[in-house]
Ligand binder design. Sequence first.
Ligand SMILES: Cc1cc2nc3c(=O)[nH]c(=O)nc-3n(C[C@H](O)[C@H](O)[C@H](O)COP(=O)(O)OP(=O)(O)OC[C@H]3O[C@@H](n4cnc5c(N)ncnc54)[C@H](O)[C@@H]3O)c2cc1C
Length: 416
Amino acid sequence: MRYGWHSIVRQALGGLSAVAPAWRNPEPKPAYDAVIVGGGGHGLATAYYLAKEHGLANVAVLEKGYLGSGNIGRNTTIVRSNYLLDGNVQFYEKSMQLWEGLEQDFNFNAMVSQRGVLNLYHSDAQRDAYARRGTAMRLHGIDAELLNRDQVHALVPFLDFHNARFPIHGGLLQRRGGTVRHDAVAWGYARGADSRGVDIIQNCEVTGISIEQGRVTGVETSRGRIACGKLGLATAGNSSRTAAMAGLKLPIESHVLQAFVSEAIKPYIDQVVTYGAGHFYVSQSDKGGLVFGGDIDGYNSYAQRGNLPIVEHVVEAGVAMMPGVSRLRLLRSWGGIMDMSMDGSPIIDKTAVEGLYLNCGWCYGGFKATPASGWCFAHTIARDEPHALNAKFRLDRFRSGRVIDERGGGARPNVH
Ligand SMILES: Cc1cc2nc3c(=O)[nH]c(=O)nc-3n(C[C@H](O)[C@H](O)[C@H](O)COP(=O)(O)OP(=O)(O)OC[C@H]3O[C@@H](n4cnc5c(N)ncnc54)[C@H](O)[C@@H]3O)c2cc1C
C-alpha cells in the first residue's frame, strides 16, 4: 500500500480492517541469492538498495532480535556531513543527499528535520581547525558557515558564553544538518525492502558461517541452516563476533555509548548543538525532551547498558555549556554497542572469503551514514567491488597504513 492522503482517508473510513501490516513476517526459505546479517539501519538499507538499485530481490535480512533493537533505535538521531578528509567528505555528503530525498523515495515519514548542526569553538586553535574544515566542506560544494560569538549568541542565547575556563568564541554551522527519527528509518527501509520482495526475518540469530573451498555457502541460524550465494555482515557492535565466525579478526573494539533524555520542556533548542570543550551534543525532540549524549564508557563490552560515571561526566559537560538546564530531571538513559574502528572511519568492503562482505566500524557516527552505507554496501555486494564512494573504506588500510584518521587521534577507539 502506498501511503498518502488517499490511504489516510481509506483507513479512517475502513477502521482497523483497512490497516495492513507494514511488512510481512515470512518463514525463512532454504536458500537466497544474498543474505544480510543484522536488521539495523545499515542491513535494512542494504537490502532496500539491493532490490531497488540492483534488481536483487531474492534476499533475506536476518535479525537476532526485533527490528530497531540495536543502535538504530538507540542513537541521538543527529545527521550531518561536516567532514574534513577525502573519502569521508564525499561519502557523508552522499548520505546527506539521500536523507534529503528519503521520505519521498521510500514513502514513509522519517521526520527528516534539517534544523542545523552547530559545533562550538572555545579557542583560537579550535577556530582555525573549524575554519579549515568549513573551507574543505565548501570546496566540495557542502554548506558551512563559520560564526563569531555574536552570531552564535543570536542563535542560542542561553549558552554560558562567559564560562571562565571555556568561553564560547563562535561555532561552525551546517544548516543542512539536523535530526531524523531513528526508528522510522528502520521501519521505512524495512517496508520498502519488503514491498520489493525481501524477506525480513526477526528472532533469527546467525550462529555460524559455512565456507567451502574459500567461498561462502550459507549460515547456521537459530531457525536452521540457510544457504546463500552472497553474505553481507552489517552487525555494528557485534561485528567482531560475526566476522570471527568466518575466521576474520577485525581492527574493531566494542564499547558502550549511552544516551539520555530529559523531562519535556517548552521549545528551547532549535538546532543540534555540540560542545567543543568536552564531548556533549544535544537537540530537542518534538515531545519536548532534551536528547543528549557524550563519551563512550571506557571499557569493552557487548552489554547494551552503561554505568554511572559516564552519566555524571556527560551531565557535567551539559551543565557547563548551558547552566540553565541544571535543575531539569533526567527521564531515561540507555546504551548501545559501538563498533569503534582504530581510525574512527568505517569499513565497507569485500573480504578474502569469496562472497563475504563486511560493513562495520561506525563508531559514534553510523546513523547519519545509514543511507549511503546501505547504498554503497549494496553496490559492493551486487557488483563484487566497492563503489568510488567507499573505495577508501577498505579493510586492508590498516595493513597498508592508509588510514582515514579524521580526528587525528591515532589508533585509540575512545578518541573518535
Ligand atoms: C547512544 C547512541 C547514540 C548515537 N548517536 C548517533 C548520532 O547522533 N548520530 C549518528 O550518526 N550515529 C549515532 N550513533 C551511532 C549509530 O547509531 C550506529 O553507528 C548505527 O546505528 C550502526 O548501524 P546499524 O543501525 O545497522 O546498527 P544496529 O541497529 O545495532 O544493527 C545491527 C543489528 O545486528 C544484529 N545482530 C548482531 N549479531 C547478530 C547475529 N549473530 N545474528 C543476527 N543479527 C545480529 C543486532 O541485533 C542489531 O539489530 C549512536 C549510537 C548510540 C548507541
